[in-house]
Design a protein around this ligand. Structure first.
Ligand SMILES: Nc1ncnc2c1ncn2[C@@H]1O[C@H](COP(=O)(O)OP(=O)(O)OP(=O)(O)O)[C@@H](O)[C@H]1O
Ligand SMILES: [Mg+2]
Length: 221
């Protein structure tokens, strides 16, 4: 087990495809930086050079034969590297770490969505992450159809095909959303459901209302 360095604040942003995670992670980072707070923003899978290579494998539509078990292990490998190389050192320096997806994504996508055991996925990943979990997780809740529509409309080429995950059927994406809600029910102390159907600024304000007091409590603001 890694020693946990929790001088900073670890936040993750979760939610189905197209819910607005990346948009919200960036808005939060900018707001914090404007207030003089040091922020480390990362994304999953990836974040480190090793992890970005793993990301390419995971999202490549050519590998349609990839098994769910293989996916679980690749994601956890990328996370093991990210936690040790970047997240823990940033927390130790007192930074706010924002992760665009984290361990919950695997429980939901490969577990609830992909049919592997959510409990086993959680165990493997907790080990890989050295037990490090976010202090707060914002779950951007949006129906699957709207999320996929946002991604399609946001694609400038007009020929959106989606990556390997996004290409899975609507049924899969509906299971993902339900999985997230179930997980939130089980981890209500950590996961906060944010209704993500409104415009980006409105969603950001909801996130900010919850982040600000946490930062003040930790003397980071
Ligand atoms: N609140 C919002 N209302 C409408 N459109 C939005 C909103 N937030 C983000 N978008 C747009 O929807 C698309 C998807 O947003 P974003 O990339 O932030 O989602 P994501 O959850 O990170 O997606 P992915 O799961 O693919 O990583 C983008 O084109 C973005 O500009
Ligand atoms: Mg994103």
């Amino acid at each position: 087990m890694l020693k946990h360095e929790k001088n900073g604040l670890f936040i993750s942003i979760e939610g189905p495809d197209g819910a607005g995670k990346t948009t919200q992670a960036r808005l939060l980072k900018t707001r914090l930086e404007n207030l003089g707070v040091e922020v480390f923003l990362t994304r999953e899978p990836g974040g480190t050079p090793v992890g970005e290579e793993i990301r390419k494998l995971l999202l490549n539509p050519e590998y349609s034969e990839m098994t769910v078990a293989c996916e679980v292990l690749l994601y956890s490998a990328a996370r093991a590297q990210l936690v040790r190389q970047l997240i823990n050192p940033s927390l130790k320096k007192g930074r706010v770490v924002i992760s665009d997806r984290y361990l919950d994504s695997n429980i939901v996508y490969q577990g609830f969505g992909g049919g592997e055991s959510p409990e086993i996925i959680e165990k493997i990943n907790l080990w890989a992450a050295g037990g490090l979990m976010p202090e707060i997780t914002f779950l951007l809740d949006l129906d699957a159809q709207t999320g996929l529509k946002r991604l399609q409309e946001g694609d400038k080429s007009g020929k959106w095909q989606g990556d390997r995950v996004e290409q899975k059927g609507l049924d899969y994406h509906c299971r993902v959303r339900q999985g997230y809600l179930e997980l939130a029910g089980r981890s209500s102390g950590r996961i906060v459901i944010i209704e993500a159907g409104g415009n980006s600024d409105a969603v950001h304000e909801k996130i900010w209302q919850l982040t600000e007091p946490l930062l003040r409590k930790k003397n980071l603001l």
